[in-house]
Design a binder for this molecule. Structure first.
Ligand code: 13P
Ligand code: ZN
Length: 274
């Protein structure tokens, strides 16, 4: 018999607690800012006895997501403070099941005390739907300071924003050759921000919500977090340059092209060899 709280004792949840605290420690998770979701794999399903967990109330999604039909997900609760997930996992985390047609979800564990999954659930789902065939099972959303500030200071086109981040330091191209997709300011938690993010997730693993925060899809929690850290570092260099009254020219287009060849990665955008 699988213990009913096997999922809470799992390595994944241990790792998630550490990550949630790290998001707060970075200063990116003020109050309840940020949310995390993980699509469960067959091993987790079996080890945690997920198939045996009873469905509770079914809720309509704002839009069906057939790509996730019948799947299960671990997701932070709406209102959860990333700082406190490690102390209150059964309240701040939960498991959800999606219906066979992908139009509804039901909580099956966690969310103790009447909680619900994150208000950004529809964005997580629409991004997972685009990234699952590319190997990613984790999505992390957080309010990374410098990326947020850069969305105020910089042209919000995905191409211009991405190229500036690539220019700031060598590791940008290494870790996000597929760039950063930028969504203009939209209502948090809305279907519109979810659909815009899902569209950009077809080509980008990193998505910036202007004047709000960032979202990354990863193969693991560390992978998603690492991607955000990398972009955040480049954004910090850009913003600090601006604060010093300089537009840092950084790595040239020709150098980026040669860096791509050296690393064996193809930049998503063409560079004009300036
Ligand atoms: P939740 O607490 O509902 O996950 O919302 C936090 C957030 O960052 C909204 O964008
Ligand atoms: Zn947010």
């Amino acid at each position: 018999m699988v213990s009913h709280d096997a999922w809470l004792q799992s390595d994944l949840v241990k790792e998630l607690k550490v990550l949630a605290y790290a998001l707060w420690d970075k200063g990116w998770g003020e109050r309840n800012a940020g949310n995390i979701s993980v699509r469960l794999n067959p091993q987790q399903m079996a080890e945690w006895g997920v198939a045996e967990m009873a469905s509770t109330q079914w809720y309509d999604l704002p839009k069906p997501v057939p790509a996730l039909a019948g799947q299960h997900m671990l997701m932070t609760a709406s209102g959860a403070f990333m700082r406190h997930v490690k102390e209150n996992p059964e309240q701040d985390l939960g498991l959800v099941r999606f219906s066979e047609d992908g139009s509804q979800f039901t909580p099956i564990a966690g969310y103790a005390g009447g909680g619900r999954p994150s208000s950004e659930m529809i964005t997580h789902l629409l991004v997972h739907a685009e990234r699952q065939d590319k190997g990613q099972s984790v999505i992390v959303h957080t309010h990374a300071d410098w990326l947020l500030l850069m969305s105020h200071l910089h042209d919000q086109s995905s191409e211009a924003f991405t190229k500036t981040l690539w220019r700031m330091c060598s590791e940008s191209l290494m870790f996000f050759p597929d760039g950063v997709g930028v969504v203009p300011w939209m209502l948090p938690g809305s279907l519109a921000i979810g659909e815009a993010s899902g569209e950009l997730a077809k080509t980008h693993r990193l998505i910036l919500w202007a004047f709000h925060g960032v979202l990354a899809a990863g193969d693991s929690l560390d992978d998603a977090f690492g991607l955000i850290e990398t972009a955040e570092k480049a954004a910090m260099i850009y913003c600090q340059g601006k604060m010093a009254g300089r537009d840092l020219p950084g790595i040239s287009d020709a150098q980026i092209v040669s860096l791509g060849k050296h690393l064996g990665v193809t930049p998503i955008y063409e560079l004009d060899g300036r």
